[in-house]
Design a protein around this ligand. Structure first.
Ligand code: NAP
Length: 530
């Protein structure tokens, strides 16, 4: 196998997860190398450069906690940082910890094959260069494989086509007729800047989402100083808490309060950010009746911002509990929908039937469009992993193993794929948590595992089928105790015959962390070490 560079660990991806993984492995004395498809660090924050892109988790929480020096050096400018600031932060982290010298950029990992005789992964890339490594860590991100719908006749369209997750800033939108598909977090963020520049914006919506005011603001000196004083305690509370956030739900059940008290509390929480309304009562994600009160409140608030009754009817979310699909936060989205140069098309009542050279045909109309923007999301949790042809023991393909819905022990490891780890993989809190908290936990657990293996002279680690089955049953059972399965959402994967498989673990970040630690302390129960 000449020409292949050999490392202890290959990490795929240089976003939040890959950068910290590299730093942690280096600290522990491993020879580690990162392979990254982009030309720079940042992962999702490298690619998602659409106008309006902004994190909807408060900046102070959506940042690394592993280095107090880093925490003291970096000053966030806004409550919710915009994409350029987050990317600058990640570049700063990469430089500060001198990480770039161990990252190969502009290189996509295409395949990884386990060689059981050598106990090594052979990793291939689209640049022809390859690697051998004892361990392979997928820091590929849960929301990183963009999805574009197959729309009839799109090949006839002669204008520019953009995707929010692969934004090309060279495409000029000024004064153009623009069509936007998708009203998830990305679509809701990109709508106002598009409408400001476009002559006409047509928003093609399939499922309306609940969006609450972001209430973004600059972080003033007082707020910043105060946040420093309480940071260590709040970080620890987030690690041990349910969703990995600083704020926790308020006690009580919505259905038990009087209408006046409920209204008051919902109003207090309405401007408290993305998860604010959901935190109004502790039972909103588990009790249908309580949730219905919150959903009704949100519907009323949304209706207040739009004049046209037809737009209100189309944009009002119905038929699923509040929070069972990812909550969105908005800065001027509903106001923009209200504008006269913005049309709202419900593709369920008016399906797309074709494209002309500069327009989109539906069953009812032809809408002019010189630019089409897809904000149509991602092949969530699994897309970036399935994009790599991964072969484990006896040539087993991970893609095929997951064709009936993804499964992994603790969201970290899959039987028959030794020495392979997935950071924030399916079956871990991942996308249903403050993902930076979950990333740090996985990175630290994996580093500990590799260090323990080295100390005890073990060359391989593999999850057992029984442990994985029990874990996925647990993931499923816990999800059934919540309202999440009541919605169609990207939190679900699909089996071959179309059944839904809930992917994230909703048992809470703190309990999940305790389980992982306890398993490590019990000689990695549920894993075979060889
Ligand atoms: P998304 O939530 O999956 O939204 C995709 C949108 O495209 C949905 O509205 C979907 O409708 C729609 N769609 C798909 N196919 C369509 C079609 N043929 N016609 C019309 N509409 C179609 O994706 P996203 O907005 O990129 O967000 C994904 C996740 O990334 C978020 O939930 C969040 O976790 C994260 N994110 C966070 C931020 C932030 O921090 N602010 C920003 C962006 C993204 P259906 O719902 O009917 O499928």
């Amino acid at each position: 196998m000449s020409g292949l560079r050999q490392f202890d660990v290959i990490v795929v991806g240089a976003g939040f997860a890959g950068l910290y993984m590299l730093h942690k492995l280096r600290e522990a004395g491993f020879q580690a190398h990162v392979v990254e498809a982009g030309s720079g660090v940042g992962g999702t924050w490298y690619w998602n450069r659409y106008p309006g892109a902004r994190c909807d988790v408060p900046s102070i929480e959506y940042s690394y906690s592993f280095s107090s020096e880093l925490e003291n050096e970096w000053r966030w400018s806004e409550r919710y940082a915009a994409q350029p600031e987050i990317l600058t932060y990640l570049e700063y982290v990469a430089d500060r910890f001198d990480l770039k010298k161990d990252i190969t950029f502009d290189t996509k990992v295409t395949a990884a094959v386990w060689d059981d005789a050598m106990k090594l992964w052979r990793v291939d890339t689209d640049q022809g260069n390859g690697y051998l490594s004892q361990h392979l860590i997928l820091a590929t991100g849960a929301l990183s494989a963009p999805k574009t719908p197959e729309l009839p006749g799109i090949e006839n369209f002669k204008g520019a086509i953009l995707h929010t997750a692969k934004w090309d800033a060279r495409v000029d939108i000024e004064g153009k007729a623009v069509a936007l598909f998708g009203t998830g977090s990305s679509g809701i963020q990109v709508t106002p800047p598009l409408a400001q520049k476009a002559s006409q914006l047509t928003v093609f919506q399939r499922t309306p989402n609940f969006a609450v005011p972001a209430n973004n603001r600059p972080l003033n000196e007082d707020e910043w100083r105060q946040s420093r004083a309480t940071l260590p305690a709040r970080r620890e509370a987030a690690r041990q808490g349910f969703l990995g956030f600083f704020d926790v739900p308020r006690a009580g059940a919505a259905k038990d309060d009087t209408p006046d008290k409920r209204e008051q509390r919902f109003n207090e929480q309405w401007n408290a950010g993305t998860a604010g309304l959901l935190l109004a009562y502790e039972d909103l994600l588990v009790d249908e009746e309580s949730n219905a009160h919150a959903a009704e409140f949100a519907r009323r608030k949304i209706a207040e911002t739009i004049d046209d009754p037809d737009k209100v009817r189309k944009i009002t979310p119905q038929g699923y509990p509040l929070g069972s699909r990812r909550m969105c936060s908005e800065i001027g989205f509903y106001e923009t929908i209200n504008r006269t140069n913005v049309a709202l098309v419900d593709v369920r009542e008016e399906p797309v039937t074709g494209f002309s050279a500069y327009g989109i045909r539906t069953t009812d109309h032809h809408y002019s469009a010189e630019v089409v923007v897809f904000a149509t999301g991602f092949d969530a949790c699994v897309g970036a992993i399935k994009a790599i042809d991964i072969r484990g023991l006896e040539g087993k393909s991970l893609r095929e193993e997951w064709a009936d819905g993804p499964h992994a022990y603790l969201g970290l490891a899959v039987p028959a794929f030794p020495n392979l780890f997935t950071i924030t993989g399916p079956g871990s809190p991942s996308v249903l948590s403050n993902v930076v908290v979950s990333i740090e936990q996985h990175v630290e657990w994996i580093a500990r595992c590799l260090t323990d293996m080295r100390a005890s002279g073990k060359a391989t680690i593999e999850a057992t089928e029984e442990a994985e089955r029990d874990w996925m049953d647990h993931v499923h059972e816990i999800a059934q105790q919540t309202l999440f399965p009541r919605a169609d959402s990207w939190y679900h994967g699909r089996t071959r015959d179309g059944r839904k498989v809930f992917m994230p673990y909703v048992g809470g970040c703190g309990p999940y962390r305790a389980t992982c630690d306890e398993i490590a302390a019990a000689d990695y129960r549920g894993f075979n070490l060889g």
